[in-house]
Design a protein around this ligand. Structure first.
Ligand code: SDX
Length: 448
């Protein structure tokens, strides 16, 4: 039982009015109670005990973590304690990937070694190309990335040794290095273009752009403004604590599956339009709106729940997503090079109107990381199918850091949530000739 010097106790007293019994539950780390402490609350001794029901875990912490801190009310985002604004301004993505994975900013020799390791692991086994060649000509790049990432698991059987630190680090290097290659190859496959192999003298983002866009020239060197813009976007997408796809990484990792199949599962979660697929959905939404004059009619549809304002809203940020502000500044730099496009005009006007409409203000709906990133990617020449892929590449570092934190956490074990059963009580088998054919209402879970 925790208690302070002034006799105040860090506990909750819970009275079960069914029995009149009081229960003392410890309060940990500020405002946290452990769900298992509720199991003592029972009516009868052989009851299972009290449990929490929390669909989508909106108020349930699944872990302790030291990787990313978010304050949704103040619009704060920090990786390992460093504010995102400083990292976006003063580091490179590989420096942030090292920080995310190792917990500290690297010194020069550590960074040089990490960059060299990543640079020399960018090639993939040639057989992987046969996996990609098996897809339809118009296969979505995200489907190809998810599949080929899982295929890496079959080439690195040693990756199953998840309890071996050195082995984990080798797989992390492989994943950070090879995912951009797989992404670029998926893009080239989608476009019907020959694969362009990694070039070791290029930076991480320049090499990626080279593998994507080099056509018919001996040497391709991206515009340095675009190279830096992509590096900043990668920094902004590196991690975001216990979001949907990170939860997938942790749940899959908790069964001690290898990191490549776990990454593949995380990418699958990210692909959804409510998560990392939102940047693609934003561009398609702006395309449907078509012109600035159509914005009021579109927002009416949103208020009537016929449409969602993609790129707006967030489970945690109830103020501006700090990444959106940085991305908006980056967009200006990109458009200096690529020229503005009408999507930006629609997006700026959409944001201006939405931020002044009571419907969005009442629901704390602000632009999130996906609202402007898609517009930048489109201006840089990426097709919309590549947008979630551009999210998955940098988030690979965050997923791996979260995965290793789970593996090393003595409190963690295989994920196995409980349920509240609302189905039928026991009933006897019905022979075919006695069945009525209609689906009884009882077959659907009742919303309690
Ligand atoms: C990412 O979790 C992370 O950290 C994710 C991420 C990361 O880095 O990993 O930040 C990346 O996924 C950003 C989010 C990208 N998704 C989108 O932009 C899709 C559009 N946004 C929404 O689908 C929504 O805002 C969510 C999914 C992001 C958050 O939804 P919540 O927290 O479950 O909020 P909710 O659905 O309970 O909405 C509350 C109210 C509802 O209205 P009422 O029922 O109260 O009348 O707000 C409305 C919702 O209908 N609402 C929206 C809306 N988002 C919420 N209405 C219109 N358009 C929207 N975008």
């Amino acid at each position: 039982m925790a208690s302070k010097d002034n006799g105040e106790r860090d506990t909750l007293t819970i009275r079960d009015n069914r029995t009149g019994k009081d229960y003392e539950v410890d309060i940990h780390e500020g405002d946290v109670i452990r769900s298992m402490d509720l199991r003592n609350i029972k009516v009868h001794e052989d009851d299972f005990g009290m449990m929490c029901l929390d669909p989508a875990s909106t108020n349930t912490a699944s872990t302790r973590s030291a990787i990313t801190f978010i304050d949704g009310d103040k619009g704060i985002l920090r990786y390992r304690g460093y504010p995102i604004e400083q990292l976006a301004e003063r580091t490179t993505f590989l420096e942030v990937a090292y920080l995310t994975l190792k917990g500290e900013l690297p010194d020069q020799s550590q960074l040089d070694a990490f960059v060299e390791d990543v640079t020399f692991h960018t090639y993939v086994h040639e057989n992987i190309l046969k996996v990609l060649d098996g897809f339809r000509y118009d296969a979505h790049a995200m489907g190809m990335l998810i599949s080929s990432t899982a295929a890496l698991s079959t080439f690195y059987q040693d990756s199953k040794n998840v309890r071996d630190a050195e082995c984990r680090w080798v797989q992390m290097i492989r994943a950070v290095a090879k995912i951009p290659t797989l992404a670029a190859f998926a893009f080239r496959r989608h476009r019907g273009l020959p694969y362009v192999y990694p070039e070791n003298e290029l930076s991480y983002t320049a090499n990626f752009l080279n593998m994507l866009f080099r056509i018919g020239v001996k040497e391709y060197r991206p515009n340095p403004v675009l190279e830096r813009a992509l590096d900043v976007l990668f920094i902004l997408h590196a991690d975001h604590e216990q979001n949907c796809s990170t939860t997938a990484m942790r749940v899959i990792g908790s069964s001690e599956a290898d990191p490549f199949v776990a990454l593949s599962g995380s990418m699958a979660a990210l692909y959804g339009p409510l998560h990392g697929g939102a940047n693609e959905a934003v561009l398609r939404m702006l395309g449907r709106i078509g012109r600035v004059e159509n914005i009021p009619a579109f927002l009416d549809k949103v208020k009537n729940k016929e449409e969602k304002l993609m790129g707006f809203g967030h489970r945690v940020y109830k103020a501006y997503d700090p990444r959106a502000s940085i991305i908006k500044r980056t967009a200006d730099e990109v458009f200096e090079v690529t020229g503005r496009n009408h999507f930006l005009d629609i997006a700026l006007e959409l944001e201006r109107i939405a931020l002044n409409e009571q419907y969005f203000i009442d629901r704390n709906l602000y632009p999130n990381v996906d609202f402007y990133s898609g517009i930048i990617y489109q201006a840089m020449g990426f097709p919309v199918e590549m947008f979630p892929v551009l999210f998955a590449i940098p988030r690979t570092a965050g997923w791996l850091a979260q995965w290793e934190e789970l593996i090393l956490d003595p409190e963690q074990k295989i994920a196995r949530p409980r349920q509240v059963y609302v189905g039928f009580e026991e009933r006897n088998f019905v022979p075919m000739e006695e069945r009525g054919g209609e689906v009884s209402a009882g077959a659907q879970p009742v919303v309690v």
